[in-house]
Design a protein around this ligand. Structure first.
Ligand code: SIN
Ligand code: FE2
Length: 214
């Protein structure tokens, strides 16, 4: 029997100043995080495909939890305390999610991270996210903490200019990427997801992006 986990790279893989991958950081908590999403977030705020200001429907389905949620429509991108689908507040951020995000940020060198928004992305085969910056947050002092669950993806991590050639790295179930400080506005994206079947999540990838938006 091979034991691939014995041959994985270092647990903390630096990407750029202020940016790193924490390999498998959320692996042990992943079943509880996924259960939390299913029980506490998705019933109240189900997946939906948002439309970009340019009129394109995104291939990634999204929802949010926390005080505010990231939304896109014909008028632009914004953080909104109200889920436009339900007209109600977004579900609160489950404490297990908040704790994991704070621990990952601290492990990456950003102690005291208290996110108020968690964007949850759902990818199926072929879903992709083009290169973009996370810049709708009021506070760029806090880092971004991004947790991968389910099928593996190719993450694109670029520089501060759209034209900087991105690094391509594989993100597996339980991996966490943190970018802040000089990398806070780094361009990033996700290549089209390859089809597959994951033992816990099935034929999808779910990504949680924690931000301090307010
Ligand atoms: C995002 O940039 O919002 C998500 C990135 C990812 O899915 O890994
Ligand atoms: Fe992003």
């Amino acid at each position: 029997m091979t034991q691939p986990e014995l041959f994985d790279g270092p647990a903390l893989l630096p990407l750029a100043p202020g940016a790193c991958v924490l390999r498998g950081f959320a692996a042990a908590d992943a079943p509880a995080l996924w259960a939390c999403l299913q029980a506490e977030v998705l019933p109240q705020a189900p997946w939906r495909h948002l439309v970009t200001p340019g009129g394109y429907t995104m291939s990634v389905a999204m929802t949010n939890c926390g005080r505010v949620g990231w939304v896109s429509d014909s008028s632009g991108y914004r953080y909104d305390p109200v889920d436009p689908l339900s007209g109600q507040s977004w579900p609160g951020m489950p404490p297990a999610l908040l704790q994991l995000a704070a621990q990952a940020a601290a492990a990456a060198g950003f102690p005291g991270f208290v996110p108020d928004a968690c964007l949850v992305n759902h990818y199926v085969a072929g879903s992709r996210l083009s290169l973009h910056q996370d810049r709708d947050e009021r506070d760029h002092q806090a880092p971004i903490v991004s947790v991968s669950l389910g099928l593996p993806a190719t993450f694109l991590f670029g520089g501060l200019r759209r034209t900087d050639r991105p690094q391509r790295l594989r993100l597996d179930h339980g991996d966490v990427v943190v970018w802040g400080g000089p990398s806070r506005l780094a361009y990033h994206g996700v290549a089209p997801l390859a089809a597959g079947e994951h033992a816990l999540l099935g034929a999808c990838r779910v990504n949680l992006t924690f931000r301090k938006a307010l």
